[in-house]
Design a protein around this ligand. Structure first.
Ligand code: C2O
Ligand code: CU
Length: 489
């Protein structure tokens, strides 16, 4: 018998409405891929590049023909792409025009803890917050998103996310596609689910949180991109709240990954599949031929990401297939050279004699504890490399993100990381019962009062407290007895 209409439309109160009802979406690509606009900025006399962001409510046709209430930065959904150069001082005036507290975290940015935008820097309704810092890191695709205590998942799901691109003087950048929105295209990949009347369905699946059955790219579903160059660079962000993606092309063609979370790899690496967990980024170069169409698709995880059979991997969305974007090459393509064989020099972090800290994941805990805003979990000393050994102790999906820094993966269960994880990272998958060892170092900024965060970036877990706080101290410095709180006015 056919499902009642209401259930088919997704309002069933049973478990099933949380799951995608189809194994594979048709290769439609009906609307042009929206490109997040470049953020306007002004440079003041002191050389500071100034941006304005307004966090507000709006409505978006995520699915064609259905207006869905959404939130965005200076727009109805997502946000403009901020862009600054290594060495530049930036200031962002953020206004909160929502009716509730939020915050803006600069994911992947190396900056003072007081401007980090985590749970200790809430922006009150109607308030403004103006963090300022000097960019001290190489070219990379970073992003910004909400990070207020306990509401990160819901706020991000409503549409709050944007990119922050850093440029530098590495001459390689001129040889890579760099015409924003033309041959250098951001892809913010997120999943959504809806109520029958077209609102976002914000009910957590108890095992997976806000796992959606509609995948969106740059804010909308079913997109195509007209490609006019032989090669196109895609800056892919997994901006989803909890979903993992196993990306590849429908014709199984190879592509070249040139950058990870924290910037360029040492050399391009050829891949057919690329896994991105929430918060991770990758830049890839795709080679097209005149007239070719090709679909960037998310594939099932053949190995269930290491989930053992006692748990259905489908619970975590690991068995789903989705189309991310349809690439349509024009009949004549402008030439673009292959990426240079040497992209960047990535000096190792010297961990000789470094101390090891261990982090053990439970269902939603780290070392048996959940987030306490008043508890400092880790005290580190500036410029002192450490090894962070992160173990997932449960049969579930988790990853690990550290604020302020870029780390290197030393090994995964004793094996050297694959090339796609060998560069600068700030977020990394930690498969069930495996241990990822990271070389971590914090530099430049110390603060005895304001902590940074480390956490699982599955926002459902983060909101449940799978997060800890660390201070970066000067040698011999004692932490303050009071933890900082506040920032927005
Ligand atoms: Cu993107 Cu603390 O997160
Ligand atoms: Cu987790």
């Amino acid at each position: 018998a056919a499902l009642p209409v209401a259930a088919a439309a997704g309002c069933s109160t049973t478990e099933s409405h949380h799951r995608p009802r189809f194994a594979s979406a048709p290769p439609s690509g009906k609307r042009p891929l929206p490109i997040p606009p470049p953020a306007k900025s002004t440079v003041t006399d002191d050389g500071t590049r100034r941006f304005d962001l307004d966090i507000r409510a709006g409505a978006t046709e995520i699915v064609a023909g259905v207006k869905t209430p959404t939130w965005g930065y200076s727009g109805a959904i997502l946000g403009p792409t901020l862009r600054a150069r290594h060495g530049e001082t930036v200031a962002v005036r953020v206004r909160n025009s929502l009716g509730e507290v939020t915050s803006v975290h600069w994911h992947g940015m190396h900056l003072p803890a007081i401007f980090d935008g985590g749970p200790h820097q809430p922006i009150m309704p109607g308030g403004t917050w103006t963090p300022t810092w000097t960019v001290k890191q190489p070219a990379a695709t970073l992003w910004y998103h909400p990070h207020a205590h306990g509401t990160t998942q819901r706020h991000a799901f409503r549409g709050l996310a944007g990119l922050f691109i850093i440029d530098d003087d590495n001459p390689v950048s001129r040889e890579l596609p760099h015409d924003y929105g033309v041959d250098d295209v951001p892809l913010i990949v997120q999943d959504k689910k809806f109520t029958p009347n077209g609102n976002l369905d914000e009910r957590d699946d108890p095992s997976a949180g806000l796992l959606g059955s509609t995948v969106t790219t740059n804010g909308i579903a079913d997109t195509y991109l007209d490609v006019t160059t032989e090669r196109v660079r895609l800056r892919v962000l997994n901006g989803s709240t909890v979903r993992f993606y196993n990306l590849g092309f429908d014709d199984d063609s190879e592509f070249e990954m040139i950058a990870g979370d924290g910037g360029l790899l040492e050399e391009p690496t050829r891949l057919r599949r690329l896994r991105l967990t929430p918060g991770e980024r990758a830049e890839i170069i795709v080679t097209m031929r005149p007239g070719l169409t090709r679909i960037l698709r998310a594939y099932p995880f053949e190995d269930n990401n290491g989930i053992r059979p006692s748990q259905p991997a489908a619970n975590f969305g690991l068995a789903d297939t989705f189309d991310i974007v349809l690439l349509r090459a024009a009949n004549t393509l402008k030439p673009r050279p292959a990426p240079p064989a040497a992209l960047a020099h990535i000096p190792p972090i010297d961990t000789n004699g470094a101390a090891t800290r261990t982090f053990l994941f439970g269902q939603v805990s780290i070392n048996g504890a959940t987030m306490d805003m008043q508890r400092i979990d880790v005290r580190t000393v500036v410029d002192t490399p450490e090894i962070w050994a992160v173990t997932n102790g449960v049969n579930g999906v988790h990853n690990f993100h550290v604020h302020d820094t870029r780390f290197r993966v030393i090994d995964i269960d004793g094996q050297a990381p694959p090339p796609e994880l060998a560069g600068w990272k700030d977020t990394v998958n930690v498969r069930p019962f495996s241990t990822v060892r990271l070389a971590v170092r914090f530099s430049d900024y110390t603060d005895a009062r304001w902590p940074y965060m480390y956490h699982c970036h599955l926002m459902y877990h983060e909101d449940y407290g799978m997060m800890g706080q660390f201070l970066v101290l000067r040698p011999g410095e004692k932490p303050d007895s009071v933890i900082g709180q506040g920032g927005g006015s």
